[in-house]
Ligand binder design. Structure first.
Ligand code: FMN
Length: 141
């Protein structure tokens, strides 16, 4: 049994492509170690991240994220148990503007003019259009 969380946060700094590359590389390394997979969307200075994996490890990352001053106003949108991973192939897929691409970025998906990539919807489909997530706070052990 896995757990999935989706949250949104606001970047505390102007992120250039190198800072994003560093953040992503660090995340992918630790996630691989903790059997975490997921997706990070960076759009208009906001992050939307989907994390999935063993509940204990998801919680470890969640606690780390709370301490990280590179973002603030962290809002949990979805937290629930799940049988299946949506991003089995990526320790952290990443969708953002093509201009942020740095050679060597793993799992990079450029956003199109509608701010969509082939995987964005996999991350956000639990969050209804009003921004309310029916599963927030529900935690099946
Ligand atoms: C938007 C954002 C997304 C992040 N995603 C991850 C992630 O998926 N996995 C991860 O290990 N760290 C991620 N980090 C970094 C963590 O917040 C933290 O710096 C890192 O895990 C080290 O944890 P520690 O400070 O508890 O040692 C992310 C940071 C930010 C700002």
């Amino acid at each position: 049994m896995f757990e999935r969380i989706v949250y949104q946060s606001t970047a505390s700094q102007e992120f250039g492509s190198l800072a994003l590359f560093r953040l992503l590389t660090e995340a992918q390394l630790r996630n691989a170690h903790l059997q975490i997979t997921g997706h990070l969307l960076f759009l208009n200075g906001q992050f939307t991240q989907c994390l999935e994996g063993p509940p204990r490890n998801v919680e470890l990352i969640w606690q780390s994220l709370q301490r990280d001053t590179r973002h603030h106003s962290i809002e949990l949108l979805v937290r629930h148990a799940t049988e299946e991973r949506r991003f089995p192939a990526w320790s952290m897929a990443f969708s953002t503007y093509n201009s942020y691409y740095v050679h060597g970025m793993q799992g990079f998906f450029p956003l199109d003019g509608d701010a969509q990539s082939p995987v964005v919807h996999l991350c956000t489909s639990d969050v209804d259009s009003s921004g309310n997530a029916p599963n927030v706070g529900v935690h099946h052990a």
